[in-house]
Design a protein around this ligand. Sequence first.
Ligand SMILES: Nc1ncnc2c1ncn2[C@@H]1O[C@H](COP(=O)(O)OP(=O)(O)O)[C@@H](O)[C@H]1O
Ligand SMILES: [Mg+2]
Length: 328
Amino acid sequence: MKIAFVGKGGSGKTTLSALFIRHLAAAGCPVIAVDADINQHLGPALGLTDDQAAALPSLGAHLPEIKEYLRGSNPLIGSAEQMIKTTPPGRGSRLLRIVEDNPVYAACARPVALDEGSVRLLATGAFTEEDLGVACYHSKVGAVELLLNHLVDGQDEYFVTDMTAGSDSFASGLFTRFDLTFLVAEPTRKGVSVYRQYKEYARDFGVALKVVGNKVNGAEDLAFLRREVGEDLLTCFGQSDWVRRLEQGAEPELRTLEPANRAVLARLREQAELAFAARDPELWTSQAVHFHLRNAESWGNAKTGIDLADQVDAGFVLGAAQLDTAGV
Ligand SMILES: Nc1ncnc2c1ncn2[C@@H]1O[C@H](COP(=O)(O)OP(=O)(O)O)[C@@H](O)[C@H]1O
Ligand SMILES: [Mg+2]
């Protein structure tokens, strides 16, 4: 399951993605956690010290190796240099599984032990607004898009990404690569306006988007979100003393999280399970191709000096067939 947490800065993306990751790990699900936010805070939110977090390898710095690995023996991709962030997989490409060892994880993923279970953590590396946008060949979030486009993941396996709702995700196809996107919104006009903007982009591509209210305190907050968001509002996480203790440097155990907030995490998981049933591999693959062609035309062809449309393996659909052979 490919899950994204998006929302405006400070809304609680990192807090809720870290808690969801811990909830999944506690249930025994294999999880790859991905920090793709401008402000790289997921490591510390999962309990790493600042030094450990600073020592995390960055996907951005390993992009050439990642491309070299993923292209495998795909005859349509002549070299790693000709591979851009939207280059889709085809026959001969190497696919990634959540549970496996591969050179990408060896170079970039680090295990993180939690109070219940453990996960592997990937980080894009810090980036600035200048790194963002369609014209940037070395876009760090581009590495995440490549991984997602080559990922074969089963029902109880999770790839959870802590992301911004910024222009970076719309510049490419990244925002369409998830089975489910949780938009974290505080019960404020700004929180809701980010939702509206995201919804606008998402609509044309059938992106499954659910709003998770955060720092919701009382009936009026709830009524506000219900009114502004309507049926896209999935559930609300309350203003939490437990989160505050965490923020103060305590290391509270997950099982001591307020029961109502723990129930919110369970609700997110249920929604993810529903999204699994709604997967459409053909549509998903065709969107990867769509964004690749768009990126090729707008900058990729000029950058690489070749026609990147030739990289599309028309008969290839990433989905059930590869899932059946996953781990073999
Ligand atoms: N439900 C909550 N209750 C109390 N504090 C919260 C809650 N959610 C987030 N916070 C606090 O709000 C701040 C911003 O949260 P964070 O997860 O870092 O946001 P983002 O990743 O969206 O920028 C942090 O100090 C965090 O501890
Ligand atoms: Mg954050």
